[in-house]
Design a protein around this ligand. Structure first.
Ligand code: SF4
Length: 218
C-alpha cells in the first residue's frame, strides 16, 4: 500500500466510511469511490429535496485538488445543468480563483454543502444539511484537500458547526473534521454581487489562502 493509500484509508476509516480500492488497476486509472459517489448523489433520496430537483449536483473540478471550495446549494441554473456555480455568482467565483492563479478545473474542486436545489432558492434546512453531510465528507475523504474554502454563511456555519455571523467566521483559520483540515470562510460571490464593498475583505481572505497554498502557513 502506498503512503497516499494509507492516508486515504485512515481518513475514510475515521469518518466511518469503507475504503474501496480496485486491485490490480494501473495507478493512473484508479479513482476509487467517485463513480459510486456521483451515481449515489444522482439517485439520492435521503431528504425531501430529491422530489423537486432536476439534477443532484455533486461537484466539478480536480479530484486531486489542493483546494476544496464549498458553497451553499445549487441554484436554478446549477439544477438545470448539473454543475455548481455556473451563473453570475459562478463567474465571479472563477474571477476570485483566477486572482490567486487558480481555475475550477486545475487544483480546485467545487461543491456545495447540499447537492440538490432547495425550492425558490430558500436557505437549506438543518435537517437537509445533516442528511447530505455524508456526501460531502465522502468527497473530502476522496480528495484529501490541503485547504477548504467555505463560501457564504450557510457553508461556513455548517462546516464550523457554529451559528456565528460571517463577520466573525471570516478572517482567521478553522480546522475541519478529524484530520483538522485548515478551513477559511469568506463571503459568497452572490453576496458580493449585491454588496461590492465586501470585495476588499474577500481579497484579504484570498491572499491568506494563497499564502497557505504556497507556504503551508496559517
Ligand atoms: S440534498 Fe443531499 S441528501 Fe438531499 S436528496 Fe439531494 S443529495 Fe440527497
Amino acid at each position: 500500500m502506498t503512503g497516499l493509500d494509507a492516508r486515504r484509508q485512515r481518513l475514510l476509516s475515521a469518518m466511518g466510511l469503507t475504503p474501496w480500492v480496485e486491485q490490480g488497476a494501473p495507478v493512473a486509472a484508479r479513482e476509487p469511490g467517485w463513480a459510486e459517489l456521483e451515481s449515489g448523489v444522482a439517485a439520492c433520496t435521503r431528504c425531501p429535496l430529491h422530489q423537486t430537483r432536476q439534477h443532484g449536483v455533486p461537484g466539478v473540478g480536480d479530484r486531486h485538488a489542493q483546494l476544496l471550495v464549498v458553497g451553499e446549494a445549487p441554484g436554478a441554473e446549477e439544477d438545470r445543468r448539473g454543475e455548481p456555480f455556473v451563473g453570475r455568482a459562478g463567474q465571479l467565483l472563477d474571477a476570485m480563483l483566477a486572482a490567486i492563479g487558480l481555475d475550477r478545473h486545475t487544483g480546485v474542486y467545487i461543491t456545495n454543502v447540499i447537492k440538490s436545489r432547495p425550492p425558490d432558492n430558500r436557505d437549506p434546512r438543518t435537517e437537509e444539511i445533516t442528511a447530505c453531510r455524508g456526501w460531502l465528507d465522502q468527497q473530502i475523504a476522496l480528495i484529501e484537500p490541503a485547504v477548504i474554502l467555505a463560501v457564504g454563511r450557510v457553508s461556513a456555519q455548517a462546516l464550523t458547526g457554529t451559528t456565528q455571523k460571517m463577520g466573525e467566521l471570516r478572517g482567521h483559520w478553522h480546522a475541519y473534521g478529524p484530520a483538522g483540515i485548515p478551513l477559511l470562510a469568506t463571503y459568497h460571490p452572490a453576496y458580493l454581487l449585491r454588496m461590492p464593498r465586501a470585495k476588499a475583505l474577500v481579497w484579504e481572505d484570498l491572499r491568506r489562502l494563497r499564502r497557505h497554498l504556497r507556504e503551508g502557513s496559517t
